[in-house]
Design a protein around this ligand. Structure first.
Ligand code: F6P
Length: 360
């Protein structure tokens, strides 16, 4: 048995440990593993010799601890309408002697995997995205590391914010899902959290801030600053999300970014000192935490088990805290967003207090 493994989409901490997990379990089963570089690109181009690497057990130690992806990533779509390369994928699988593919990625990479599976390619998937918004799984690789970076960064920024009594906007990723902002902000005890799932009024934002400042003053606090964690997809009622530029990737997505700066601009006349920082790639570029290493390893082992059992067309998911098989085509269903009525306090613009389900 020869397995190909690839990492697609944006990089995330936990990809390398997942590849290490695949290699570890495959070695135990007596299977060979080939690394397919740059996501789906490796097997959707004809000249791909430089895209292929042999992965033996000697890589496990290094891969187990590194962030990013040693196999590199790309947002290549092998089944795009404009440039469908299913035939090349099939030819390459034959040429490389591949019996199965493990695709590690998010909605796009696994969405492409589901189409390829429907066209007869034996593929299984592992969920990855710091956004934690994939249908059918409570966990995706990178989320825990990104949350830790957000929490740590908020703490660092607080030193500066406290010194200057700043209203600080810390912008985090997540695309259309507010999980990173909500759970990062919760752990950092952010004063305000703005998420894409709840479009707010600027007037309300100012009002909540004024009340908070007033309360802090009346309690005699002398170091008054406010930390606002804002998701890149958050937007004002009736307005569009703020886009970084006009480019679209192969899956038709645009990049978000800049809402923190925009809001800072709207508030700077009413408040004395306002500042903004976008965490951007710092939250993806970290050494994976214990959770992302362990989950990567488990996902890797389970993906190989699925191949061994002939369970193609599935990805490894987490549901109710258990590892389960989920049909790849489910990944194309609507993403898992924050349920505002369950998790968000629309009056305080913050995480809802007193919630008992800790799986979300
Ligand atoms: O999906 C993961 C993610 O990091 C999003 O949170 C973010 O919007 C996007 O990728 C950024 O993509 P790129 O790496 O193309 O800038």
């Amino acid at each position: 048995m020869r397995i190909g493994v690839l990492t697609g989409g944006g990089d995330a901490p936990g990809l390398n440990p997942a590849v290490a997990g695949v290699v570890e379990r495959a070695t135990m089963c007596g299977y060979e593993v080939l690394g397919l570089k740059r996501g789906w690109e490796a097997i959707s181009v004809r000249e791909n010799a430089s895209h292929i690497v042999e992965l033996g057990p000697e890589i496990i130690r290094e891969y187990s601890r590194l962030g990013g992806s040693k196999l590199q990533c790309s947002r290549t779509n092998p089944v795009s309408e404009k440039n469908d390369r299913t035939d090349i994928v099939k030819e390459n699988m034959k040429k490389l002697g591949l019996d199965a593919i493990v695709a590690i990625g998010g909605e796009d990479t696994l969405g492409a995997a589901s189409v390829l599976f429907e066209r007869g390619i034996p593929v299984v998937g592992i969920p990855k995205t710091i956004d934690r918004d994939l249908y059918g799984t409570e966990y995706s690789l990178g989320y825990d590391t990104a949350l830790n970076v957000i929490c740590e960064s908020a703490q660092r920024i607080a030193h500066s914010a406290e010194s200057h009594q700043t209203i600080f906007f810390l912008e985090v990723m997540g695309r259309h899902a507010g999980w990173l902002a909500l759970r990062g902000g919760e752990a950092a005890f952010a004063d305000i959290i703005l998420i894409p799932e709840y479009s707010f009024e600027v007037g309300q934002l100012k009002e909540v801030l004024r009340e908070q400042l007033e309360t802090s003053r009346s309690r005699g606090f002398d170091q008054i600053y406010k930390m606002i964690i804002v998701s890149e997809g958050a937007h004002i009622e009736g307005e569009e999300e703020i886009r970084k530029d006009t480019k679209l990737d192969e899956f038709g997505h645009y990049s978000l970014g800049g809402v923190g700066n925009y809001l800072k601009g709207l508030l700077e006349h009413d408040f004395r000192h306002t500042r903004y920082t976008a965490l951007a790639y710092l939250q993806r570029g970290a050494q994976p935490t214990q959770k992302d290493r362990a989950m990567g390893r488990r996902f890797g082992h389970n993906a190989v088990e699925m191949i061994k059992n002939g369970d193609f067309g599935f990805y490894v998911g987490v549901q109710r805290a258990r590892l389960v098989k989920v049909r790849l085509l489910e990944i194309r269903k609507s993403p898992s967003l924050v349920d505002v009525s369950k998790h968000y306090d629309t009056e305080r613009l913050n995480v809802k207090q007193q919630w008992t389900d800790i799986t979300e």
